[in-house]
Design a protein. Structure first.
Length: 227
């Protein structure tokens, strides 16, 4: 079994073991967050990053080109749930970075609490992402907004939050579930609707759109940069 650092993305690894599996170095050795596979190589603990469980991992497998996550990144995560994807971002950004995680559902947030107790770079906030005015007092200027809320108005939720918190030149990732927006339209038409709505705000440039099939059929990761 061998490990290779990704050529383009900092703190992202590939474990080579007959197959090629995406992984991050465990920031909290011994801690599992979901049912991820753990590998020990030369005294270092890696967590396999499952593209069927995390849309960001799926996007990397599907050729994502933009990856601003690095040590000391400040991230606003809308729809953090129990922290599956956020825990890998937490591994990547390390102790000098921070993730403010907004989640509306009490049940999943309860599962995030022990994860955040061990990972000092995750701050869970129970609130609706539709009400950024209720958490603006705790959020500083942000480098990356990551949104995965699967809601029909997710473009407008994204715009409201990014207008308030994202720095100029910062990046925004929107995981779009087409059926949450319009189940009657073909997914690509839905992605275009989201792209147009965000572009119409006049502050965001479309960088790329990565379709996540076969890991997450009818989902895309759309990336914008704030002008
Ligand atoms: C698809 S899950 C997120 C999975 C998570 N991003 C991951 O990859 O680990 C969507 C989450 O968004 C949350 N959500 C939905 N509407 C929300 C809102 N208005 N504000 C905050 N969270 C919301 C849901 O409760 C759910 O936990």
């Amino acid at each position: 079994m061998k490990v290779r650092a990704d050529q383009r993305f900092k703190n992202v690894y590939w474990i080579l073991n007959g197959k090629k599996q995406l992984a991050t170095k465990n920031l909290v050795p011994g801690q599992k967050v979901y049912d991820e596979v753990i590998k020990h190589i030369k005294g270092i603990e890696y967590r396999i990053w499952n593209p069927y469980r995390s849309k960001l991992a799926a996007a990397i497998h599907k050729g994502l080109r933009t990856f601003p996550f690095k040590s000391s990144s400040r991230i606003l995560y809308l729809g953090i749930a129990s922290g599956t994807t956020a825990s890998h971002i937490s591994d990547i950004i390390g102790d000098s970075g921070i993730i403010f995680g907004i989640e509306i559902a009490q049940r999943v947030l309860r599962d995030l609490l022990p994860v955040a107790a061990d990972r000092k770079n995750i701050v869970p906030i129970m609130e609706s992402a539709r009400r950024p005015q209720n958490y603006c007092w705790i959020i500083p200027e942000i480098d990356i907004v990551y949104e995965d809320v699967a809601q029909p108005d997710q473009a407008s939720i994204f715009i409201r939050n990014s207008d308030m918190f994202l720095r100029k030149g910062g990046y925004a990732f929107i995981a779009v579930k087409s059926s949450s927006i319009d189940v009657t339209l073909p997914p690509r038409k839905v992605y275009k609707l989201v792209e147009r709505e965000v572009a119409s705000a006049g502050k965001y440039k479309l960088i790329e759109n990565v379709e996540l099939s076969p890991y997450d059929p009818k989902h895309a990761m759309i990336v914008f940069k704030k002008l």
